[in-house]
Design a protein around this ligand. Structure first.
Ligand SMILES: [Cu+2]
Length: 277
């Protein structure tokens, strides 16, 4: 068998593996991906709808401007216009090219503001998770459950079959599906950014400040991959985010074990002291 054919076979196997991994339920970048990742949760769905609306509008504008340019280039070429026109004003067209863009902006602004306020509304959250960015790992604290743990990227030799390289972690952020979860995002050392594309969540993690976001992961067991999205130092690329969604009863079962393993008194010294005092 030729080397090319072997290469073809092995790349097909890789692609097949990626497809199988996606069927098994993981939201992650794909080779040759063109659009956004498949939206998960109500914010992501609305963000994708807005994106699709904008895509149509900007495509129509680009085609219209291109058509105008081609028409002008052809209609007013030197051969056809030995004596150039001296026209400088046309009131009708000036009103049109002011009013029409304003109307387009209004059409964009209405759904845009609607989404912005929808994302901002963290009231009625059913649970709260505090997310802290560190150089170079994430810490997740389930405040009501009194558990907290660090989440480090897996190195290449720790990866198991099907786990994507540079995106997998030792302790994922486990969340119940169909639940409105408020996240309090902050940082310990430098700026980080909590970014999970398929959930349409991206917010800065700032030292001494808390930013609020919320997610509602849809039904079903699925893993959502993200990354720190703020250049935060030499290992910036190596602090991925893994959100692992599971059904509510499975989440409760996970909590029982997690309370043993990640009880908040296992945190570093300063937090232990404040808990004791
Ligand atoms: Cu970072």
């Amino acid at each position: 068998m030729s080397a090319n054919f072997m290469r073809y076979l092995s790349s097909s196997a890789v692609i097949l593996g990626i497809l199988v991994a996606n069927v098994a339920g993981a939201a992650q970048p794909e080779p040759w991906q063109m659009g956004l990742q498949e939206p998960a949760g109500s914010i992501a769905q609305k963000a994708t709808d807005l994106h699709n609306l904008l895509l149509i509008i900007i495509s129509l504008i680009s085609l219209f401007v291109l058509a105008l340019l081609v028409f002008v280039g052809w209609r007013f070429r030197r051969d056809a216009n030995p004596t150039p026109s001296k026209t400088t004003h046309n009131t009708t067209i000036e009103i049109l090219w002011t009013v029409v863009p304003v109307l387009i902006l209004v059409v964009i602004a209405v759904p845009s503001f609607r989404l912005l306020y929808y994302m901002d509304e963290t009231k009625n959250a059913e649970m709260v998770i505090k997310v802290t960015g560190n150089q170079w790992y994430w810490n997740y604290e389930y405040m009501d459950e009194q558990i907290a743990f660090d989440s480090y990227m897996l190195s290449d030799d720790e990866l198991e079959l099907g786990q994507p390289r540079l995106l997998s972690v030792d302790n994922p952020l486990v969340v119940p599906s169909n639940t409105k979860i408020k996240m309090l995002v902050t940082a310990n050392d430098v700026m980080h950014s909590f970014f999970v594309p398929s959930l349409a969540v991206q917010t800065y993690a700032l030292i001494g400040r808390v930013n609020e976001v919320w997610i509602d992961v849809p039904e079903g067991e699925k893993i959502y991959y993200g990354q720190c999205n703020q250049i935060c130092g030499v290992n910036h690329s190596f602090m991925p985010i893994v959100v692992k969604a599971m059904a509510k009863d499975e989440y409760q079962a996970w909590l029982v074990d997690a309370k043993q393993e990640f009880a908040i008194l296992d945190l570093p010294l300063p937090i232990q002291l404040s808990a004791v005092n």
